[in-house]
Design a protein around this ligand. Structure first.
Ligand code: 6R9
Length: 629
């Protein structure tokens, strides 16, 4: 990072209707934050007490840098908090899960039905010899059985490692091997854009040379008996025959591992992030209830896949622990047409909707005639996660989807953090482009390489200064890698993102620090330049990288996807170059602009700039197992 790092910021704000704050569990943000600061352990203990513990903790936290333990001595089971708690407390006939398949099929589970299904499958896993602590790899389509399998693992204390069912055999193999998985749970096929994906044959390839794997559990997506190809394979439903649907929850220590999840890997090798039971549950529950303001009568739709941390925390553990109704669907945003998602919001009366900037920009590209066809008045809150939400995309999301009334929660967080860390809590003014402020419970700042706070409007590195309950506990098989997060700047957690603060303490994320571009000694975050490009009416999406430049050290090279109705031309190149110059300044002017139909992205929709860069430089892009296509 160079020293010079001024960032040009807009001052636009949107004020949400006061009723949002008045009806929220959090109430006044500043008051809640002050309460946290005055007694951090007391604050978290209060949040933890809202959950069911088999045995209460003796001590809220033990911080032995860089290792943390939370709710020490406490015993609990996360599946009991997501299921038994509701079944016992008058919510047994409430809808827990609505599933909508790509071909229009539907399935629903009440809390009681989900509870029974989880216990049956948990007993089936036990019958296969699964014991507490064993690692189970899930490679499944987004069907109810996926959620059931996760909760069943948690019920018996097995550690799940979910691999997104779009990854290829090699990526799956690497994850199975690293976690030494004993069982792989999959389905015969997955469905995507009308095509069948042969998941089971991918698993067959992936388990070659994986001696840890003892059984492969195969679900038939059509619920017909599965034809088994080998001794290793068993049928998801056949193994449940004759088992009891009573399975008491395993008593888990607060610090027993709950899952391993391999990160998205936009900038390097995927890492096996380990989360434990108590702290993770407290973080997921707290942020659902107090930050997303999720209430029992909400219909919550998070468009992520369970194979991503967002799916773990905000499809499964958070919303179910709150007792909300969760919608899941295997539909993609533009199949069979770009109206499908809005039709689902109308049909199911979705109240809280959570998606990613990549989807929002895709919808902007095809035009607002699609959402305009549907009644979206059930929506109460809309959220975003995964990448910076460019100001242009914020404005569009707010106006076209939120209909100028729903607050946007742009939530910054990571696989490693387990829960939301920075956002604009309900009731606070929203500023397009800024994720917002650290939520109560989180101490975050923007600092220079030495750890000195940087003045407002100057870019720096985002750090978290205090441990929090849902922080990762280690990197599986790689404790040194874990330590590296904590030993770069003053023993704080270094996030790996660049950011800037304004005078009110609002934080804007400027991109990954590995992607930083240094032009003539000035730092440029990728998001800054990309947002400038996206603010041009012709541009739907943009990615920028730094390329070597004899004079300036590096220069900006831009890759641009145009909105419908625009054609690439030399004139447009000049216009866009000029537009960036006027928006940020001469330093950010791209030296080259290339028009693309598609950008390389991870399966979770993040732009992989290192792939563009490797291609540009003619070098090996490194690990691309998480690349979309
Ligand atoms: C939840 C998730 C983490 C990285 C993170 C940052 C980027 C996530 C963001 C955001 C700007 C947001 N990121 N949310 N950047 N604004 N609201 O995405 O986890 O897959 O581990 O990625 O994603 O760069 O460091 P993960």
């Amino acid at each position: 990072m160079a020293d010079n790092f001024d960032v040009k910021l807009d001052n636009k704000t949107y004020i949400p209707d006061p009723s949002y704050q008045a009806n929220s569990a959090l109430g006044d943000y500043k008051k809640a934050y002050a309460e946290f600061l005055s007694d951090p352990d007391g604050f978290w203990a209060g949040k933890a007490r809202e959950l069911d513990w088999i045995k209460p903790w003796d001590k809220v936290k033990e911080w032995n840098w860089p290792n943390a333990r939370w709710f020490c001595g406490g015993k609990l089971n996360i599946s009991a908090n997501c299921l038994d708690r509701h079944v016992k407390n008058g919510r047994r006939n409430k809808l827990a899960l609505i599933w909508k398949g790509e071909q229009g099929k539907e399935e629903i589970y009440t809390y009681r039905q989900l509870y029974r299904a989880v216990m049956r499958f948990a007993n089936a896993l036990k019958k296969l010899g699964v014991q507490k602590g064993d690692r189970i790899c899930l490679y499944m389509p987004l069907v109810p059985e996926h959620i059931i399998a996760m909760l069943a693992c948690a019920r018996i204390g097995a550690v799940h490692s979910i691999v997104y069912a779009g990854f290829g055999a090699e990526a799956l193999h690497a994850r199975i091997r690293d976690a030494q998985a004993k069982i792989v749970i999959t389905a015969d096929v997955g469905v995507r854009r009308g095509k069948l994906i042969p998941l089971r044959s991918i698993v067959d390839d992936a388990v070659k040379n994986s001696p840890s794997v003892e059984k492969i559990v195969v679900l038939s997506r059509e619920r017909c008996p599965v034809e088994l190809y080998s001794e290793m394979e068993v049928d998801f439903y056949a193994i449940q025959e004759g088992v009891s649907d009573e399975c008491p929850p395993e008593e888990m220590d607060s610090e027993d591992p709950l899952f391993i999840l391999y990160t998205s890997g936009t900038t390097g090798q995927p890492k096996g992030i380990v989360h434990t039971t108590g702290g993770y549950l407290v973080g997921a529950h707290y942020t659902c209830k107090y930050i997303f303001d999720l209430k029992e009568n909400d219909v919550h739709w998070c468009t992520a896949d369970p194979g991503w941390i967002t799916g773990h925390s905000y499809i499964v553990y958070g919303p179910l622990s709150v007792g909300a109704t969760v919608l899941i669907t295997e539909t993609t945003p533009d199949y069979p047409d770009p109206g499908i998602w809005w039709s689902l919001i109308e049909e199911f009366g979705v109240t809280v909707f959570y998606t990613a900037p990549t989807a929002i920009r895709m919808f902007m590209k095809v035009g607002e005639q699609w959402p305009d066809k549907y009644n979206l008045s059930s929506l109460r809150i809309i959220g975003s996660v995964g990448e910076p939400l460019n100001p242009e995309a914020f404005e569009w999301y707010y106006r076209v989807i939120g209909r100028n009334r729903c607050p946007i929660l742009d939530t910054w967080w990571q696989t490693e953090t387990g829960m939301h860390m920075i956002t604009t809590p309900l009731g606070q003014p929203m500023k397009p482009g800024f994720a917002g402020v650290p939520i109560p419970g989180v101490v975050a700042d923007v600092v220079d390489k030495e750890g000195n706070p940087v003045p407002a409007r100057q870019g720096g590195l985002l750090v978290i200064k205090e441990p929090w309950p849902s922080m990762m506990r280690t990197v599986y098989n790689n404790p040194d890698r874990y330590k590296q997060y904590w030993n770069q700047i003053k023993n704080w957690y270094t996030v790996g993102d660049l950011a800037v603060k304004d005078e009110d303490g609002y934080i804007m994320v400027l991109g990954r620090s590995d992607d930083i571009i240094i032009v003539a000694g000035h730092n440029l975050g990728t998001a800054e330049v990309e947002s400038a490009l996206v603010s041009h009416e012709a541009v739907a999406e943009a990615a920028v990288i730094g390329v070597p430049d004899d004079v300036k050290g590096q220069a900006v090279k831009a890759f641009v996807i145009l909105r419908q109705g625009y054609e690439p031309s030399q004139k447009l190149v000049s216009e866009l170059t000029y537009h960036v110059r006027m928006t940020i300044g001469p330093i950010a002017m791209p030296s080259g602009i290339e028009f693309m139909d598609k950008l390389p992205k991870t399966r979770s929709g993040k732009i992989m700039r290192r792939v563009l860069k490797a291609k540009e430089m003619g070098v090996d892009p490194g690990d691309i197992s998480t690349l979309e296509e």
